[in-house]
Design a protein around this ligand. Structure first.
Ligand SMILES: O=c1[nH]c(=O)c2[nH]c(=O)[nH]c2[nH]1
Length: 292
């Protein structure tokens, strides 16, 4: 056989990790980052390719867990660059006989602290990605029926959320909790009984009422016992504030941030390292209308 050369690498791509730094002092803000991390290792595993000898493979599952474990070890807030350097070096120092190089690529999701009543919220975050949506239907009488809405209003709070006391049967695994992350990409659509003075201003104000009700006051927040209850309170707040709105539909996926649990390396369930997941997600929706 002709001489050959095999260049190879392996790793794990698109590991999503959310790192939450809870304040050491009560009543101080929480800091959250969400990173999407890919790792590729250059290592001495030629026999794995040529002979089926796996003995030197650092499993890609182990690589994924390392992303979480190193995030956990970062006890102080740090930049994605500093995290990347720490993670990349970790593989060379942990497996000096095997790993000869590492490449880390990552991006940070642009979660920003939300402003409520003119103040930065202690545990509320938002992605600046929402869209103002409109539907206009013109009937044969020439009248225009306008519905306004907002979509992709991505909100996340790092505490003041729980879910407990739900129906249990043999298929139920979920534990009760009074401490979890709550994230949603809110879609709202509302209709008017009378034309508002200013559609744009009403849109901004409805959005503000939705956001303020979701998060509660800037420091203490407000406890959410479920997405359902929070959705209802958001809809009620809009109808209470805007007499010209006669109905509002809210669609609030429950976007799960699953606590990572790796007791062997000190990563404890529900603590400060999470896997954000897009799918599957809970779907919770309702319409609240005034009774005429
Ligand atoms: O707020 C929630 N509502 C649910 O209906 C539900 N179901 C679930 O598994 N988690 C949650 N959370």
């Amino acid at each position: 056989m002709a001489e050959e050369e095999l260049e190879h690498q392996h790793g794990k791509a698109r590991v999503r990790v959310a790192r939450l730094w809870r304040s050491k002092v009560d009543g101080q803000p929480h800091y959250l980052v969400e990173w999407n991390v890919s790792v590729s290792l250059i290592s001495k595993v030629l026999p794995a390719f040529t002979e089926g000898d796996n003995s030197n493979i650092v499993a890609t599952d182990t690589i994924k867990n390392t992303v979480y474990a190193v995030a956990k070890e970062c006890t102080e807030r740090l930049s994605p660059e500093d995290y990347g350097v720490r993670l990349g070096k970790h593989f060379l120092t942990t497996y000096p006989e095997i790993v000869t190089g590492s490449k880390i690529t990552l991006f940070e999701k642009p979660w920003e602290r939300v402003t409520v009543n003119g103040q930065l919220h202690d545990h509320g975050y938002k992605l600046g990605s929402e869209k103002h949506t409109v539907e206009v239907v013109v009937k044969s009488d020439g009248e225009a029926e306008v519905t306004s809405g907002v979509s992709e209003l991505s909100l996340l709070k790092t505490t003041q959320s729980g879910f407990e006391g739900f129906f249990r049967d043999k298929y139920t695994i979920l534990s009760d909790t009074r401490e979890r992350m709550l994230a949603s990409a809110v879609r709202a659509v509302w209709s008017y009984s009378t034309k508002p003075a200013d559609y744009q201003k009403t849109y901004e104000e409805v959005k503000d009422v939705l956001v303020t009700t979701f998060f509660g006051p800037p420091h203490e927040g407000v406890y959410s016992p479920s997405v359902q209850k929070t959705l209802y309170e958001m809809a009620q707040a809009v109808l209470a504030r805007f007499p010209e709105i006669d109905s509002i539909y809210l669609n609030m996926p429950n976007i799960h941030f699953l606590p990572v649990n790796m007791p062997t390396v000190g990563v404890k369930l529900g603590d400060d390292v999470f896997t954000p997941t897009d799918e599957p997600h809970g779907t919770i929706e309702a319409r609240l209308s005034r009774k005429h």
